[in-house]
Write a protein that binds this ligand. Structure first.
Ligand code: NAD
Length: 475
């Protein structure tokens, strides 16, 4: 772990293993933090806060630039660690490193654009001045599915704002976090500004983040269930929170869309990270008369995707993260088939040859999916594409909005009027119009409803780590 500028073992000496999801092999062991370690990290961040927040924005920016450059220098090693530990194909891991580095660059620049304001007063003797100031110590919790970019998406704006941070990465992917902290160490961030605790049981760390009076803010990316639990406890202690939670993205194909273009886009975004992405489509809506043509094109492309170890050339679909993820996918597929869905492709674990010790599930296509099925409601987080026929067109926005989630949605149409209507009416925070990658460090990322609160990236991202302070001056 990295606490107060030093690499440390857990005070208890405890460790836990990190495994490769493609082979089941033990890769390494890392410290298993207990309450003392977490308290040490929070205290170190507290001690570092006054001087870090007093640096000029230009000085903080320099640290972020240095980290950005180091991250690009070490891109290949970082990508290999990610594929080994998380399973995604190497090319996808490289893309994630680039996306992750983008946040360091973006917030190195945004650090210098934290503007206050002056406000005219009705009183001639009075002046109002508004300052934006760093919140204080931030506790950050990140998931395993994007184990590098979720770190920089939180830490870069927090550090740019002048906050100090304690990060707890997911227990499945601590090695990516360790590599990132080697970069922060090499960038010579002052001791205590960035701290890392790794732990197998996340609950005590979560508890410390929402109850320790030193921590002023919790930023969390993960499941809606855990996000709500932490939010309830944070409320009791009046902590600020930002939550990036689950999703259940609709992918709407209108009947004027090019079916080949739409199917190509749907396959790429559905099977991104083996479906383990919060912006992954979980319901693909196709006009009833186009379902056969769309499904043929879609399935042909799915069958061309090679599953396997992400280190092997040509592999497009890696393993799932673990055995529970496999069980969840199996349960949803069985439920759908029991209720009348048709299996067009996949629908089974892959256990042949080298895949036998990993957590592989065949890319799966289901048609005749209806609202009664679990898969229509629950986030799958796996490589299953449910195709839903709609008719008439007026129904589709209501069907798409029929979810507690509100993160991402996709629309394929050539009509500007349909595109604009869908953009305005869909209750989701991110809408891709004929576009399967509506994400960038420059653009606000975040959800509505049960998908969370707050935005990461963009001009808005840094606000999550700032307080507004009003000065009323009588002269
Ligand atoms: P998870 O909620 O189980 O775990 C996420 C993180 O929370 C991990 O670091 C884990 O250790 C920690 N955690 C778990 N229980 C905790 C507790 N009781 N107290 C404190 N911390 C706890 O979710 P997951 O399965 O690892 O991640 C997948 C989820 O993350 C999906 O629902 C996905 O949609 C969501 N996600 C959202 C975004 C987004 O930006 N909206 C991005 C990536 C993933």
């Amino acid at each position: 772990m990295f606490i107060d500028g030093k690499w440390k073992k857990a005070v208890s000496g405890a460790e836990f293993g990190v495994f490769n999801p493609a082979t089941g092999d033990l890769i390494d062991r890392v410290p298993d933090a207990g309450p003392r370690d977490v308290a040490d990290a929070i205290n170190a961040a507290d001690k570092a806060f006054p001087s870090w927040s007093s640096l000029t924005a230009y000085q903080r920016s320099q640290y972020l630039y240095t980290a950005w450059k180091l991250m690009l220098d070490r891109k290949e090693d970082l990508a290999r660690t990610m594929t080994l530990e998380q399973g995604k194909p190497l090319a996808a891991a490289r893309n994630e490193i680039q996306y992750g580095a983008d946040f360091l660059l973006w917030f190195a620049e945004e650090a210098k654009r934290v503007y206050g304001q002056t406000i005219p007063s009705a009183r001639p003797d009075q002046r109002f001045i508004v300052l934006k100031q760093a919140l204080g110590v931030v506790g950050a919790i990140t998931p395993w599915n994007y184990p590098v970019s979720m770190i920089t998406r939180k830490l870069a704006p927090a550090l740019a704002a002048g906050c100090t941070v304690v990060l707890k990465p997911a227990e499945a992917t601590p090695l990516c976090a360790l590599e990132m902290f080697k970069i922060f160490e090499a960038a010579q961030f002052p001791p205590g500004v960035v701290n890392l605790v790794t732990t197998l049981d996340p609950k005590p760390v979560g508890q410390a983040f929402v109850s320790n009076p030193i921590v002023r803010k919790l930023t969390f990316t993960g499941s809606t269930q855990v996000g709500k639990l932490l939010a309830r406890e944070a409320a009791g202690n009046m902590k600020r929170i930002s939550l990036e939670l689950g999703g259940h993205a609709p992918f709407i194909v209108y009947d004027d869309a090019d079916p080949v273009h739409a199917a190509k886009g749907a396959v790429l975004v559905k099977f991104l990270n083996t479906g383990q992405a919060c912006i992954s489509p979980n319901r693909i809506f196709v006009p009833r008369h186009m379902v056969d043509a769309f499904t043929r094109e879609f399935t042909m492309r799915v069958m061309a995707m090679k599953p396997g170890n992400g280190m092997d050339a040509g592999v497009k679909i890696g393993p799932l993260v673990g055995p529970e993820a496999l069980l969840k996918v199996e349960k949803q597929v069985k439920d759908a088939l029991d209720k009348g869905a048709k299996l067009i492709a996949g629908g089974r674990r892959l256990t042949e040859g080298a895949l036998s010790n990993g957590y592989f599930y065949a890319p799966t296509v289901l048609t005749h999916v209806t609202r009664e099925m679990l898969i229509f409601r629950e986030e799958t987080f796996g490589p299953v594409a449910p195709i839903i026929a709609y008719d008439p067109e007026e129904d589709v926005i209501e069907m798409a909005n029929d979810t507690v989630y509100g993160l991402a949605a996709y629309v394929y149409t050539k009509s500007t009027s349909r595109a604009m209507t869908a953009f305005e009416r869909l209750r989701f925070g991110i809408i891709g119009i004929n576009d399967i990658n509506p994400t960038s460090a420059a653009a606000p990322f975040g959800g509505m409803k049960d998908s969370g609160m707050g935005r990461e990236g963009s001009r808005e991202g840094i606000n999550e780590y700032l307080e507004t302070k009003l000065g009323g001056f009588s002269i």
